[in-house]
Design a protein around this ligand. Structure first.
Ligand code: KIV
Ligand code: ZN
Length: 523
């Protein structure tokens, strides 16, 4: 391989999912994995199989689906963990086992309660066992940045001798700085006698906002793999953002002459999908994918842009897949135009899903003058997530305003039966959610309610995220509609549907979530 080619290792589905509140279900993980493959990610870390049966299944299903990227699973330095990964990734075309153990004095003493020599032995045992099950093994020195250099060098040498092809140097706690991290990578590559037999990798957390800068410093000093996540999702302050690392390498190729296999035109789509699924909104001024990243408001800037875009733009919006074009589709557009436009946006739906999406598109076109690409993306993603839903929103009428009491009259189809209720509440959203509670009694509590205007103007498509928690299980639901209250109801129902799916998996006979009609519900 080209010595300046950087391997992009995406851990959105593993480290990213470890963000509190970012739990994803199987279908969502598969959608993200599919998009990561399209994006050109080299390695997809799909999960931590020993951590739960759900994680095992997700890694296993990703392994079945993904053909071009390597599929990787995480394991502690323990036989059972490693066997579980090997089993989960078995169907993958290209597979990797990622084994880690802490090497810093602090972690070894308090977390592992092991002496350094025992850790060294564990490195050998774990990596050689993993190699007996899989050719491609990565070893990570957790908390590498706070490890003693001599000991870290000995561990790395041992891991490579045991067969690790990739050695990862995590800044687990986001503590390092670019100069320190770059020097660490250089020192390790120079001092470890067999370093030439492995690829060195960065894995930087963002606690000081330095994850991307540190990762790039690692690359400049010899690392050839970067571990990162879409939108910088990840533990605490997150991981290095994939889109920032990749675009920095692309735009500043003059300073950093490295390449990646990322098809950058898919970046915006990947960012939106991850944000929509997790409910983690991207801040407007976020580099590369924030809503304002390519917006020019001030007169001086707009004047410069009209004369020459390069005055204020260091990369084009098109290069990250952002199109501002107002869609020419409208009320009179037919199925073919709709299908073609979706394809252009990267969505290929089956016949039934397309028919359902087309129906909703017509519905939207009746109510909204301009339909933008963003409107369609929100509509189709929502469509994909809810197409199987057994709980169907039918109608909502809301009485709102300052006089009160605010009330909502709602019709929902539950397993083919129409239910209608009227409920009051502390505001129209509360009334709407109370109506849903009457139709579908449940104990789930609302953890997050978030409204996001996908497009501009007062007729913008509202995208709502609702997070529900029930008996320790958390789910996110999304809904999109020009009417914020309808979007809210859709999002709540979407989340409830997911809870139902989870509950059915756990106890197939427990259908109480949808079988009881509630005191005031009239069928
Ligand atoms: O941050 C970290 O150290 C990790 C390892 C498991 C690679 O996520
Ligand atoms: Zn991490």
């Amino acid at each position: 391989m080209d010595k300046n080619r950087i391997i992009i290792f995406d851990t959105t589905l593993r480290d990213g999912e470890q963000s509190p509140g970012a739990a994803m279900n199987l279908e969502e993980k598969l959608r993200i994995a599919g998009l990561l493959e399209e994006l050109g990610v080299d390695v997809i870390e799909a999960g931590f199989p020993i951590s739960s049966p759900g994680d095992f299944q997700a890694v296993n299903e990703v392994a079945k689906k993904i053909k071009k990227s390597t599929v990787c699973g995480l394991a502690r330095a323990a036989k059972a963990d490693i066997e579980r990964v090997a089993e989960a990734i078995k169907p993958a075309a290209q597979k990797r086992i990622h084994v880690f153990i802490s090497t810093s004095p602090l972690h070894m003493k308090f977390k592992l309660q092991k002496e350094p020599e025992q850790v060294l032995q564990a490195v050998w045992d774990a990596v050689s066992f993993a190699r007996s099950l899989c050719d491609d093994v990565e070893w990570s020195a957790e908390d590498a940045v706070r490890s003693e250099h001599d000991f870290l060098c000995r561990c790395i040498e041992m891991a490579i001798k045991a067969g690790a092809r990739t050695v990862n140097i995590p800044d687990t706690v986001g503590y390092t700085t670019p100069d320190e991290y770059g020097a660490l990578l250089r020192m390790l590559i120079e001092r470890v006698p067999n370093s030439g037999k492995a690829i060195f990798s960065t894995h930087c957390h963002n606690d000081l906002g330095l994850a991307v800068a540190n990762s790039l410093a690692g690359v400049i000093n010899g690392a050839r793999q970067v571990e990162c996540t879409i939108n910088g999702l990840g533990e605490r302050a997150g991981n290095a953002a994939l889109e920032e690392v990749v675009m920095a390498l692309k735009v500043r190729h003059d300073r950093m002459p490295f390449t990646t296999g990322i098809k950058t035109e898919n970046i915006t789509r990947a960012s939106r999908l991850v944000s929509q699924i997790t409910g983690f909104v991207v801040q407007p001024n976020k580099a590369i994918v924030g809503a304002n990243a390519f917006a020019h408001e001030s007169g001086v800037h707009q004047d410069g842009m009209i004369k020459n875009r390069m005055t204020y733009e260091i990369m084009t919006p098109e290069s990250v897949g952002l199109t501002h074009s107002s869609l020419k589709l409208g009320k009179l557009s037919g199925r073919n135009a709709f299908r073609t436009k979706l394809k252009e946006l990267g969505y290929e739906l089956g016949d039934n899903a397309l028919e359902e999406a087309f129906r909703r598109f017509k519905d939207l076109a009746d109510r909204k003058r301009d339909i933008f690409d963003d409107d369609l993306i929100a509509l189709v993603d929502d469509e994909m997530a809810t197409v199987q839903a057994r709980i169907k929103f039918v109608s909502l009428e809301v009485y709102a305003g300052s006089k009160g009491p605010q009330k909502a009259t709602m019709e929902v189809e539950v397993d083919g039966k129409l239910k209608k209720v009227t409920a009051t509440g502390n505001g129209p959203v509360d009334a709407t959610f109370n109506a849903i509670k009457q139709i579908i009694p449940h104990e789930a509590t609302l953890q997050l309610y978030q409204v996001h205007a996908v497009t501009h103007g007062t007729d913008a498509q509202a995208e709502v995220t609702v997070r529900l928690e029930e008996h320790g299980r958390t789910v996110n639901g999304q809904g999109a509609d020009p009417d914020t209250l309808v979007a809210s109801a859709r999002a709540y129902l979407h989340a409830l549907t997911k809870l139902l799916v989870k509950r059915e998996k756990k106890a197939p006979d427990d259908m109480t979530l949808i079988s009881s009609s509630g005191g005031q519900a009239a069928e």
